[in-house]
Design a protein around this ligand. Structure first.
Ligand SMILES: *Cc1c(COP(=O)(O)O)cnc(C)c1O
Length: 411
């Protein structure tokens, strides 16, 4: 039997507890959606205001040089590299995750020209699948996206598979792949491995180089707390960099952008992955989030995350049994990312009722209640209080009110 007092004791003893003060968490909110949009670091507002007023307002175009704007994406890329086990010069920050998927997939297909299949799991995040479908159609060379169940991936790689594209932690269930094992199986059949780290970077330890990953992308606005629509990142393994060819060839990926030459010549290394001008205001906000993430060793974040996801699942079982919430996240902590998910036929109105009470998680179609766990700003006692609200919402039936069934554009 878990008690609220016990969780308060965990908070008192928690070495990560002071990190919460570094974020703005609104009063009356228990935030369980940092896997969708991370909370705002307190330092972000002042940093962005400074960039707006001083660097843009006063410095104007001089700031591309004087304020180091041009170097900013490279600097942030180097910091992210440190979070995902990537060597120097293999990570760049730009564009959205979707656009970086396009670039990475295009690079993979160019590196395996004799193979035609992009292999992924049926339950992958839709944008990953859509981007693969669009690229295959654009190439008009018989490429296709093949989808299998997650458990069938390793066995489905064959001599026509150019690249296997997987999201390390599944957005829907929180299930986490064994990155090194899958990558080795994919390599054994001569295909390349592309990992999407959207729900991993800043949430679970990742060792891209150690696992032998060829390509990776990741998201800046989830566990990295970079702000809405924050730039994303792209990783290319050192062995691919000398020959890598990207399908988007913009001026900032040119060997000499300010020579204004008439024909494209790729820059060396990861630099060739740049397309157009970096969004400086968003980059400034992202850097604050990354700096904050770098302050705590990933192993400590993971240890607290595992405790919190485990406790949350146990609390729901303890307090809300009999209400038809079916846990769909893996029970085994080692196979679970930093979220806990439950299936329920009325997941949408239940989540809306929770949000109306200040317990913010999210709904994922068709029937998933998703609770993201962000150890840097989530207290143990928040777990108790969130589950207490869930219990009230279920027992009172207040989620059945008509207003909670109205579908919003963003769920
Ligand atoms: C969040 C997420 C994305 C987001 O893509 P955007 O281009 O930033 O909208 C992509 N892939 C996965 C797996 C995600 O979880």
């Amino acid at each position: 039997m878990i008690t609220r007092d016990q969780l308060m004791e965990f908070d008192t003893a928690d070495a990560l507890a002071p990190m919460r003060e570094r974020f703005h968490v609104p009063d009356g909110v228990i935030y369980l959606d940092g896997n969708s949009l991370g909370a705002m670091p307190r330092a972000t507002a002042a940093r962005v205001a400074e960039v707006v007023a001083r660097e843009w307002g006063e410095g104007l175009i001089r700031s591309w040089n004087d304020a180091g704007w041009m170097a900013l994406p490279g600097r942030i890329g180097a910091k992210i590299a440190g979070l995902v086990g990537a060597p120097e010069g293999t990570v760049m920050v730009a564009d959205s995750t979707s656009v970086n998927l396009f670039k990475a997939l295009g690079a993979a297909l160019a590196a395996r020209p004799e193979r035609r299949v992009i292999l992924s799991e049926r339950g992958n995040f839709p944008t990953d699948l859509y981007i693969a479908q669009g690229l295959a159609a654009l190439l008009e060379r018989g490429h296709s996206l093949r989808l299998v169940e997650a458990s069938e991936i390793a066995g489905a790689v064959d001599e026509d598979t150019a690249v296997v594209m997987l999201t390390h932690v599944n957005y829907h269930t929180g299930a986490m792949f064994d990155m090194a094992a899958i990558t080795a199986a994919v390599h054994a059949r001569g295909a390349l491995m592309l990992w999407d780290l959207a729900h991993s970077a800043g949430a679970v330890p990742v060792d891209l180089a150690g696992a032998g990953a060829d390509l990776a992308v990741g998201c800046g606005y989830k566990f990295l707390n970079g702000g809405p629509g924050a730039p994303a990142f792209l990783y290319v393994a050192e062995h691919l960099l000398p020959t890598v060819r990207f399908p988007l060839t913009g001026w900032l990926g040119h060997a000499a952008p300010f020579a204004f030459e008439g024909s494209y010549r790729p820059a060396g290394g990861i630099q060739a992955a740049f397309v157009g001008s970096p969004p400086i205001l968003s980059m400034a906000a992202l850097e604050v989030g990354i700096d904050l993430a770098l302050e705590t060793p990933m192993a400590d974040v993971r240890a607290k995350s595992v405790r919190q996801t485990t406790l949350f699942a146990e609390l729901v079982a303890q307090e809300c049994g009999g209400h038809g919430l079916v846990e769909v996240s893996p029970r085994e902590a080692g196979r679970r990312g930093s979220q806990v998910c439950f299936a329920h036929a009325d997941a949408y109105p239940i989540m809306q009722a929770l949000i109306a009470r200040g317990v913010i998680g999210d709904f994922r179609a068709p029937d998933i209640l998703r609770f993201g766990i962000t150890p840097l700003y989530l207290r143990f006692v928040d777990l108790w209080d969130a589950v207490a609200v869930l219990r009230e919402v279920m027992e009172s039936g207040e989620w059945q009110q008509e207003r909670f069934r109205v579908r919003q554009a963003v769920t």
